[in-house]
Design a protein around this ligand. Structure first.
Ligand SMILES: [Fe+2]
Length: 205
């Protein structure tokens, strides 16, 4: 057998790497659901119709509040751990949450400027908000991808799954049952069957 074939056979027979506990991807699936659904809601909004603007405002502000809460949970319970394990990497990541938060605040501030406007002026500002929100979605997607690839790599290199479970437990305790149920409702429409089973077992259902 040639060396190339032997190498290929060895790779094919190699055991797959163990599946590690992932404290980012399931919650990010829920956050991406909110971001995508909100982008679509804004896209469907006729900014000339005040009732449609009011309905979309509820969707938008709810989405931004979930994303803000989510970043707060990471800042409180995950990034301090990353800072101990990989200080330079954590310092490079540190500006990302504040930058996303500034972008979210600008979108909210602009949305509130819609209220006194009418006609073409409101439609024009609505179009600007739509483009800003889409850019915010793109920035959030890049940020969450970095957490899923690079922050997870740091955590997995240094911590056992039991340590990661403990971090998740501290977040759940901090969030509290009522808000956890709201996060659970968002996640339930975004996870695959296996992830849903894990979430329901963790919730004792
Ligand atoms: Fe984050």
């Amino acid at each position: 057998m040639s060396t190339a074939v032997q190498t290929e056979t060895a790779e094919t027979n190699a055991a797959p790497p163990p599946v590690r506990r992932d404290i980012f991807t399931p919650i990010h699936k829920g956050m991406r659901r909110l971001l995508f659904e909100t982008a679509m809601a804004i896209g469907r909004t006729d900014f000339g119709a005040p009732d449609e603007v009011a309905a979309t405002e509820t969707v938008l502000f709810n989405c931004l509040r979930f994303l803000e809460d989510h970043a707060t949970h990471e800042d409180g319970h995950v990034m301090p751990v990353v800072a101990r394990l990989a200080p330079d990497f954590a310092a490079a990541m540190a500006p990302e949450h504040p930058a996303l938060e500034r972008a979210a605040r600008e979108i909210q501030w602009l949305w509130e400027r819609l209220r006194p406007l009418a006609g073409a002026a409101r439609v024009a500002l609505g179009g600007d908000i739509q483009r800003r929100f889409n850019a915010y979605v793109a920035d959030q997607l890049r940020h969450m991808d970095k957490e899923e690839r690079e922050v997870n790599a740091v955590l997995w290199a240094h911590l056992a799954d039991s340590d990661l479970l403990a971090i998740s437990g501290r977040i759940v305790a901090d969030v509290g049952p009522a808000r956890m149920r709201e996060f659970g409702a968002v996640l339930s429409g975004a996870l695959n069957r296996r992830e849903l089973e894990v979430m329901e077992r963790a919730a004792g259902r």
